[in-house]
Structure formats: structure tokens, C-alpha cells
Design a protein. Structure first.
Ligand SMILES: *[C@@H]1O[C@H](CO)[C@@H](O)[C@H](O)[C@H]1NC(C)=O
Ligand SMILES: *[C@@H]1O[C@H](CO)[C@@H](O)[C@H](O)[C@H]1NC(C)=O
Ligand SMILES: *[C@@H]1O[C@H](CO)[C@@H](O)[C@H](O)[C@H]1NC(C)=O
Length: 794
């Protein structure tokens, strides 16, 4: 028992689920015809167990089967079913006993279908009617008492109690009435006598059973004749025939025939319809002579599946009899399916999951059986399919992921084909647009950008532009550029460049200096305007190009106009000896820093040359006794830029083996006003010479001891001229290296008031210390070197 109990709830759930998804419970309403428009038939919501308030939300509506007219409406506010049009039972159902209108109530979300049957009750709004107001009857006077004469019955469009119920014959001398079922007969009660009364008028009234009851009358005009013994007799009481709908006019449906035993006029049978509706009269005709029933109108199975006709056979003298003809119409596949779009989403978001319902369609085929069985399909290759739902309903659902950026609109052709032979089909186009979702980040056209800009650019100049594409729609695809915060040379990147947010054009914010910053990298972000936005980054490398904006800078000899450096050249120097070197650097790079050296002026033009790129000053020939002791060179240093920049300097050379041999120096440095100096100078000279000699001895001693040691240090270093090295002040140490074969001395003067000489050092194992200069005022040197010029920049 415990197990049974546990099964129970799940079964209920299953049952409820069925009910919810497709409730098939029929709801029936019964009400009289001819109700006023707007009259309430019943409360549909209550009968279906639905909340009236949910009706409009679920798009509840009445759906007529086929193209039938809709006679009622649903008030979605309160769920009442109301009369929408005149309902005439006779017009709708003729004389069928039950008249039912069938509709469907459709609810969406979830799709639900309910059938409703409206039983239209008859109201006695039609009176009985005889086919003719005047019925002619010819009766032989020889007719015996009890003879019966069939009178065509009256007809009432109403049904049931409201149809003809009773006949009444006005009292007369000869006839009484006999009614049994449909047959109305006059029964001769009192024999006729033509000689006495040739014409008799009888009043026949037919009553229906309605309340109040209605009636119709006919006058039976009886002409009393001589003799006609036999009525025509049909070969069958009921004739049955079948006819395919849409048969062409004049197609014979059936032949009826009656025979009359009488001869001559009395046996001459003519045929006619008995009581038939106007509608039938338009569809069929009967050949009066041969009794062939033929089609004259268009027979439509969908309007009526069968017809029942009464046929009358009458002999020449008015005796008649009746028979019934039942014509059943067979269905032909003459109605193509009709596709109705019941509901369709305006647009479908591209991120909906596969299987989402986007629309509901309904297919109708008015034909029956196979001719009305419809198959629905989508033939295109689209990510949608039709899922059969309730009865003739299909849900249009997505089958895959949509992507608006690939396909933004779908034009779906739904086709429906019935199973008739030949089958009929129809199709309908459904247009669906895909709504955008911000699912694509902007993508830069390049993986990274680089740009080259010459230094000294104007602030605000355009460097380059970046561009990113975003295929999304409108603001989801609108790209905005911005510079990502970062640092360049420990300053914010935004102080170097800026990005135009709309165009992606990148501008320099300041002028760049190649000598300070050769390249830098920033990141630019492209962001779309969606919410949330999507973005991507790209790196931009800015390379600054050198411009020849720095003149060569002469480090040695000191270029300042008011200081001099004097090189001592030994008298024994041979041709090709290096006696000095001009050392210059250039802050630019490449060609802009490739320096060349030229002697532009010299005391003795044949004595010294300068290495074009090394700056080494060599003797061109051996020194002669006749050569002037004081030699002055003006050297120009030029870079290789476009246009080139240059600098010049003066170099003073003193041909002497010993400073002591230069008495003129005393004169040069002598200051009349300060006689103390002379004695200082002599002391200094003596001590320097002593120190120098001691130093030479020590050095020679050390060298002698280390004879085997290679002297790579100098040879290797001098092989690289300074101008070929990158313009870096640190390289001065290397370029300043002098050849060891010449241990020459520099006499550096300082421009101090107390003029003195300082012997600095012998450079045989290292560099020229730039700082240890001996300064002397230019005027003193002018005295010494005559027309010597100070260092000048050109
Ligand atoms: C959809 O396709 C049909 C036929 O392929 C065409 O007639 C119709 O114009 C199209 N509709 C749209 C909106 O593209
Ligand atoms: C952009 O995408 C969002 C979702 O990401 C969507 O809601 C919105 O409608 C889209 N905008 C447009 C203009 O399509
Ligand atoms: C862009 O760069 C920022 C900062 O470097 C980083 O946080 C972000 O994740 C990057 N975004 C993308 C899409 O690469």
C-alpha cells in the first residue's frame, strides 16, 4: 500500500502536465439562435478553469476552424463569450436536427487549445409553408369513398417542435384529412358529383408546435374530372447516388423513373422536384420528361456532404407520387492548405539558446480525410524548424546558435502540402530579424602599430592612426579609443601622446628629443559603447628619428675660447709620428655623428696631417732644425648630417725636447706686475723636470723587467677611431688612448692669475685625463704663438 501511495502524486503530476500543455476537454454552450449581438453566451474562463486576468496576457482568442465565419467573440477582460454576429440556425444548418458551431480557443505561452461547441437551439421564427399557395387537384368523379389523394406537405424551416406538427382542413362536404408522418392525404368522405359541383376549394392549414405557434395555409383547388385510375409509381422509394464535388454542369447524377398504368394522357408521367430549398434548386435540375437529375451549379463538399431531394411524378391528369433522392457528395482535393501565422516574435536576440520558440503557425485544409492531411516544412537551410504542437499547430523554433553579424535577417519559407492526389501545397514567407547582442569586442586592424617621427616635431602633430572594427549594431559596434594609463620615462604616457577618441588618430603632445628618448611604447584601448562594453588593447611603438641637431663637440683640445692646450713635439719625431689627437663627440647618432677631421689652417702646411676619421695629428716629414718652434693648427670637425654641422678648435704644438729649451715660455707666462711668479715658475719647472726624469727611469726600469709582456692595451684601443663609436661620452676613455710609441708630454696651463706649469703625467699606459688642464689666459698665448686663434665654432 505504501508503494501505491508513492506512485499517486507523480501520476497526478503527469496528468496535470498533459492538461496544461494541450487540454482537449470540450466545452459546450447551448443557446437560442437570433440572440442580440453582444449577448453573453457563457463564461469561458470559468468553464475552462482559467483566470480571466490571464487571458489577455496569453493572447487568448477564438479561432474559427477553416475559413468559417466567427459568430462569437471572447471578452478577454472577463472571459465571457459573447455573440458577435447574427446567428440564424436555419441559415447555418438548414433542417439538420442539431446545429453545432465548433471553435477553438487558443492560448499561448504555453500553447493551449480548447475546443468549444456552440449548440444553436431553434427558435420558432419560421412559419410552415406550402410549396404553392394553390394546389391543383383533378379528381375523377368516379372516385370511391375512402380514396386518398396525396397533398404535398407543408415545410417549416425550424426543426423539432417548431417544425410542422399538425394539419387542419377546413370543414367541407367531401374530404377529410389523413396525416401520417410526412404524408398528407385527402380522403374522400363523400363521393363527388361533377355535375353537381365541378370545382371545390379546400383550405388546408399547417401548424407548427412552437410557442406561439405559427401556421401556413394553402388552397386546394379540386377539379372534378371524369376518370384517371392510376397514380404514377416510382421504381424505388429512395434513390441513392453519389457525385464528386465540382462536377461540371449537366453531369447526370441519377435517373428516377415512375410508371403509370393508365394509358394516354393519364399515363403520361412528368417529373419535378417536390419541396426543395432554394439552394438545392440552384444546384440540381430535373428533366421533366425523363427524370434525369443533373448538376447545374457548383457542388462543394465543404459546404454540404449530401443532399436529400424529393421528386414528384405526376400523370397528365394530376395524380402524383413522391420519392426520395439522396445524393452524397464525394470529396475532391480542391482546397490547398492555408498557412496562418498565429504569433511571431518581432525580433529574436542572437543569443537565444537553440530550441527557443519564436512563432506559432496554424495550417488548415478544408478537405477531408487524406485530402485534408497536411505536412508542413521549411525547405531552406535555416537554423529554424517546425515542431508539431497541438492538432494543426506548429511551433517555429530555433535549431542552432544565431549570429546577427553573419545573418541579420531570415526570410523563412514555410510550405504545406496535403496528401491528396495530386497533392496541393502552399507556402508562406516569414520574416524574422535577429536582434543584436554586444558579443563582439572591437578588433584592431593590426596586431600592433609602430610609427616613426623625427625629433623636434611640433607638439600636436599627427603620428599615426589606429583603427578597430566592431561588427555589432549601433552603439554595440561604436568604437571609442583611449590611451591606457602607463608611464614613459617616469612621466604619464598622456604627456607624450594623445588619442582622438572618435577617429583613433594619435597626436604628439610634446616635441620629442632623440637624444633623450629614442622610442617608447603605449597601449591604446578600443572600447565599444555596449553595456557592458567590450574592449581590446593594442600596443603602439613610437620610434623617434635622429635629426642632425647637435654640432660636434670637441673634448680635446678644450674648445673654450679662453683656454689653450699645448702639445710638446719631440724634435726627433720622424715622419708619420702621432703627435696629438683631436677628440670630438657628437650627441646625434649614425651619419649625424660620423665625424671627419680637417686641418683648415696651419703655421706650416706641409708639416702636419690629420687622420680624416681618427683625428690623429701626425708629422708628415721629419722635423727640421729650421722648423718654427711654435706651430699652430686650426682643425675643423664636421659631422656627416644633412646639412652637416661643424666645430673648430686650435691646437698649439711646441717643437722641443725639453721645456727648459723654451725660454720664451718664461716671457709668455711672465707677469710684470707679479714678480713672485717667476720664482714659483722656476721652482715648479725644476721640480717637474726632476720628477719627470725620475718617472722616466722608473718606467724604463719597470718596462725592462716586463719586456715579454705584450702591449695590447694601446694598439688595440687606437685601432677604433672615436668617430665610429656611438656618441657616448663614456667612450672618450677609449678614443683618447694614445699610441705608446710616443710618450709625449702635455703642458697644460691654467688661466689663473698665478701663472704656473703643472706637469701632469706621462700617458704611456692610459688616457688623457680631461680635467687636468693647465689654464692660461688667451692673451698670454697670443704673445707666445703670435697669430694663434682661440677655439672657434663655425
Ligand atoms: C523572401 O523571399 C521571397 C522569395 O524567396 C521573396 O519574394 C521576398 O521578397 C523575400 N522577402 C524579404 C523581406 O526578403
Ligand atoms: C546591444 O547589446 C545589448 C546586449 O548586449 C542589447 O540589449 C541591445 O539591444 C543592443 N543594442 C542594439 C542597438 O542593438
Ligand atoms: C588591456 O590592458 C589592460 C592593462 O594593461 C588590462 O588590464 C586588460 O586586461 C587588457 N585588456 C585586453 C582585452 O587585453
Amino acid at each position: 500500500m505504501g508503494s501505491k501511495m508513492s506512485l499517486f502524486p507523480s501520476r497526478i503530476f503527469y496528468f496535470l502536465f498533459l492538461l496544461l500543455h494541450s487540454a482537449h476537454g470540450d466545452v459546450s454552450f447551448s443557446f437560442p439562435e437570433e440572440m442580440k449581438r453582444g449577448s453573453v453566451i457563457g463564461n469561458l474562463a470559468k468553464d475552462l478553469g482559467l483566470e480571466a486576468s490571464a487571458l489577455s496576457g496569453r493572447k487568448a482568442r477564438i479561432d474559427a476552424d477553416g475559413s468559417g465565419k466567427r459568430y462569437c467573440d471572447l471578452n478577454v477582460r472577463n472571459g465571457e463569450l459573447i455573440v458577435a454576429d447574427r446567428i440564424d440556425r436555419e441559415g447555418l444548418c438548414d433542417d439538420r436536427a442539431s446545429c453545432v458551431l465548433k471553435y477553438e480557443v487558443v492560448l499561448e505561452n504555453p500553447l493551449e487549445l480548447h475546443r468549444i461547441n456552440l449548440h444553436i437551439q431553434d427558435v420558432n421564427d419560421n412559419a410552415p409553408l406550402f410549396k404553392d399557395d394553390l394546389i391543383d387537384l383533378e379528381i375523377r368523379e368516379s372516385a370511391v369513398k375512402g380514396a386518398r389523394f396525396v397533398i404535398e406537405e407543408a415545410h417549416d424551416a425550424d426543426v423539432g417542435q417548431n417544425s410542422v406538427q399538425q394539419y387542419l382542413l377546413k370543414k367541407n362536404d367531401n374530404f377529410v384529412l389523413s396525416v401520417s408522418g410526412n404524408t398528407v392525404e385527402l380522403v374522400l368522405d363523400n363521393e363527388l358529383d361533377r355535375e353537381q359541383k365541378q370545382d371545390i376549394n379546400l383550405l388546408l392549414t399547417a401548424f407548427d408546435g412552437g410557442s406561439p405557434r405559427r401556421s401556413g395555409t394553402a388552397v386546394i383547388h379540386v377539379t372534378v374530372l371524369d376518370a384517371n385510375d392510376n397514380s404514377p409509381v416510382f421504381s424505388q422509394a429512395v434513390y441513392k447516388g453519389s457525385l464528386p464535388e465540382n462536377s461540371p454542369p449537366n453531369t447526370i447524377v441519377i435517373n428516377v423513373s415512375a410508371s403509370d398504368a393508365d394509358e394516354g394522357v393519364n399515363g403520361n408521367v412528368t417529373y419535378d422536384f417536390g419541396h426543395v430549398t432554394e439552394h438545392v434548386k440552384k444546384l440540381f435540375s430535373i428533366d421533366r420528361k425523363v427524370g434525369a437529375i443533373a448538376v447545374v451549379g457548383t457542388v462543394d463538399y465543404e459546404s454540404s456532404t449530401s443532399y436529400e431531394l424529393r421528386v414528384k411524378a405526376k400523370d397528365g391528369l394530376g395524380l402524383s407520387s413522391y420519392a426520395k433522392v439522396i445524393i452524397s457528395i464525394t470529396d475532391m482535393n480542391d482546397n490547398a492548405p492555408v498557412i496562418n501565422l498565429k504569433s511571431l516574435s518581432n525580433s529574436v536576440a542572437e543569443n537565444v539558446s537553440p530550441g527557443t520558440e519564436v512563432g506559432i503557425i496554424n495550417v488548415q485544409d478544408r478537405d477531408s480525410e487524406k485530402n485534408g492531411k497536411v505536412r508542413c516544412s521549411i525547405e531552406q537551410n535555416v537554423p529554424f524548424k517546425l515542431v508539431p504542437s497541438i492538432k494543426n499547430y506548429y511551433s517555429l523554433v530555433t535549431t542552432g546558435q544565431l549570429d546577427r553579424e553573419l545573418v541579420s535577417d531570415y526570410n523563412i519559407t514555410i510550405s504545406a502540402t496535403d496528401e491528396g492526389s495530386p497533392p496541393l501545397s502552399s507556402s508562406k514567407n516569414v520574416h524574422l530579424s535577429v536582434a543584436d547582442i554586444n558579443d563582439n569586442p572591437p578588433v584592431f586592424e593590426e596586431q600592433s602599430y609602430s610609427t616613426y617621427v623625427s625629433e623636434n616635431n611640433k607638439a600636436g602633430s599627427t603620428l599615426c592612426s589606429v583603427s578597430a572594427r566592431d561588427p555589432d549594431w549601433r552603439q554595440n559596434g561604436t568604437v571609442i579609443y583611449s590611451l591606457l594609463p602607463s608611464e614613459v620615462n617616469s612621466a604619464p604616457a598622456s604627456s607624450y601622446i594623445s588619442v582622438n577618441g572618435d577617429t583613433g588618430v594619435i597626436h604628439a603632445v610634446r616635441s620629442f628629443d632623440y637624444e633623450h628618448l629614442r622610442s617608447f611604447q603605449v597601449h591604446v584601448m578600443a572600447r565599444d559603447n555596449g553595456s557592458p562594453p567590450l574592449s581590446s588593447n593594442v600596443s603602439i611603438s613610437v620610434f623617434i628619428l635622429d635629426v642632425n641637431d647637435n654640432s660636434p663637440q670637441i673634448l680635446y683640445p678644450a674648445p673654450e675660447g679662453n683656454s689653450f692646450m699645448t702639445e710638446l713635439v719631440p724634435k726627433a719625431a720622424h715622419a708619420g709620428s702621432v703627435v696629438s689627437k683631436v677628440i670630438a663627440v657628437d650627441a646625434d647618432s649614425g651619419q649625424n655623428a660620423w665625424l671627419s677631421y680637417h686641418i683648415v689652417k696651419s703655421t706650416d702646411p706641409g708639416l702636419f696631417t690629420i687622420g680624416l676619421h681618427s683625428g690623429e695629428i701626425r708629422t708628415q716629414r721629419d722635423i727640421l732644425e729650421s722648423d718654427s718652434m711654435k706651430q699652430n693648427l686650426i682643425v675643423a670637425v664636421k659631422d656627416n648630417g644633412q646639412p652637416p654641422l661643424s666645430a673648430t678648435c686650435s691646437m698649439y704644438l711646441l717643437i722641443s725636447d725639453n721645456l727648459a729649451e723654451v725660454p720664451e715660455l718664461k716671457d709668455i707666462s711672465y707677469d710684470d706686475k707679479n714678480s713672485k711668479l717667476t720664482s714659483y715658475l722656476i721652482i715648479a719647472l725644476v721640480s717637474v723636470s726632476t720628477f719627470f726624469l725620475t718617472f722616466i727611469i722608473i718606467v724604463l726600469g719597470v718596462r725592462f723587467c716586463r719586456r715579454r709582456k705584450p702591449r695590447l692595451l694601446f694598439d688595440g684601443a687606437v685601432a677604433i677611431p672615436g668617430a665610429y663609436l656611438p656618441p657616448n661620452y663614456a667612450d672618450v676613455d677609449g678614443t683618447g688612448t694614445l699610441r705608446s710609441t710616443y710618450n709625449y708630454d702635455a703642458y697644460l696651463t691654467t688661466g689663473s692669475r698665478t701663472s704656473d706649469f703643472k706637469f701632469v703625467s706621462s700617458y704611456n699606459d692610459n688616457t688623457l685625463p680631461a680635467g687636468q688642464t693647465l689654464r692660461k689666459s688667451p692673451s698670454d698665448f697670443d704673445e707666445m704663438f703670435g697669430d694663434a686663434e682661440g677655439s672657434t665654432e663655425v
